[in-house]
Design a protein around this ligand. Structure first.
Ligand SMILES: [Zn+2]
Length: 363
């Protein structure tokens, strides 16, 4: 019937609708009955979409008729409008009701099919746990809290002034070469170590004593291989007070190493150089893998390098406003990745960043 209706509408002349109105109404009535019968017989929602498209889609019947409106005279427009309106509303309502009915049937069916046996044990969600780097960082912070250190935080985006100059590394100093980093501008860098926290915390505390902090966080360098990552984690320690000596530093380092690796481990200090400490020492821990017999892990030396340390350089104290004649201090910094790798026997630093669950779930 749709075809006939379209033909009739095609042939309509302006102002002739009245004569044809009765005929059009009859034809639409026939079409409507046919449509309602189809709707009645629908058995699923997919089929309902076909009917929806046939009448109300972009190229649907009703949509098309609306376009004829443009050709009508002002007098005929309301008449055609009324005839179409009744046709449209009845089909629309019936279709809507039928779809609603089909939907509730589908839901009921689904509910029945999915009836849950509540006597079965639950599956439970997978609960993650802390990353090995977080575990090591928290452990080290806790080790220092026990002896009265507080935790301080610094900035990952740092001024050149705090990252280098306040640590006695002026511009053009060769030590900058070893710590090449990412520059955001001439004077703003991604910090190359957690050491700028030393200067910032002393500025904040001065003239109070003691300054007794550990500062963990991310640092950035331009290295990338199996033992170096362009982003890694350090934890910095600083103690400034009256009468702090090198033996205090040695005692704290031994305490730290034994707390992390076990009471049977020893430390060895080797003279070294850092611009912001004087004297400076590299600290090694005795290899626990071979009991210092010599193995691949310790390159057959019996020792593993773990951190750098030293007495705070008088210039660094001075720049923070402390009198190096009255006040002394020590500082140390260790790589959290390095400790985690030694503690857990991890041979490639990149494993720590790949988020491979098979790796992570071992900790
Ligand atoms: Zn060894």
């Amino acid at each position: 019937m749709i075809k006939e209706i379209n033909t009739l509408l095609e042939e309509l002349q302006p102002d002739t609708l009245k004569e044809k109105a009765k005929q059009l109404e009859d034809m639409l009535e026939t079409e409507k009955l046919e449509a309602l019968k189809l709707i009645e017989e629908l058995s699923n929602i997919e089929e309902s979409k076909e009917i929806q498209n046939k009448y109300f889609g972009k190229k649907g019947f009703v949509t098309k008729i609306m376009k004829y409106m443009g050709k009508m005279s002002n007098e005929d427009k309301p008449l055609l409008g009324k005839i179409i309106h009744d046709f449209k509303v009845e089909i629309e309502n019936n279709l809507k009701n039928k779809v609603g009915h089909l939907e509730s049937l589908a839901i009921n069916e689904k509910l029945l099919a999915e009836k849950i046996d509540i006597t079965l044990p639950g599956k439970g969600g997978k609960i993650g746990h802390k990353h090995p780097l977080t575990l090591v960082e928290e452990e080290i912070k806790e080790i220092f809290r026990r002896i009265g250190f507080t935790v301080a935080e610094g900035y990952e985006i740092e001024e050149d002034y705090f990252n280098f100059e306040r640590l006695n590394i002026p511009k053009e100093h060769p030590a900058r070469e070893m710590q090449d980093t990412f520059y955001l501008s001439e004077d703003i860098v991604l910090r190359t170590h957690t050491s700028p926290v030393q200067a910032r915390i002393m500025d904040k505390m001065h003239p109070q004593l003691p300054v007794k902090i550990v500062a963990p966080g991310k640092v950035f360098r331009r290295d990338d291989d199996s033992t170096h990552s362009p982003m890694f984690h350090q934890i910095e320690g600083l103690l400034v007070d009256k009468n702090i000596t090198f033996s205090d530093l040695k005692g704290i380092l031994l305490y730290l190493v034994q707390a992390i690796f076990g009471k049977d481990r020893k430390i060895r200090l080797r003279p070294s150089y850092f611009p912001f400490t004087e004297p400076s020492a590299e600290v090694d821990v005795s290899c626990g893998n071979c009991n210092q017999e010599g193995c691949r892990m310790c390159s057959y030396t019996g020792w593993l390098e773990i951190l750098g340390s030293g007495m705070v350089h008088p210039r660094v104290l001075e720049m923070a406003g402390y009198d190096p004649e009255e006040v002394t201090g020590f500082a140390f910094g260790l790589g959290i990745e390095r400790i985690a790798m030694l503690k857990y026997g991890i041979d490639d630093i990149r494993l720590l960043y790949e988020n491979d669950q098979r790796f992570l779930e071992q900790f």
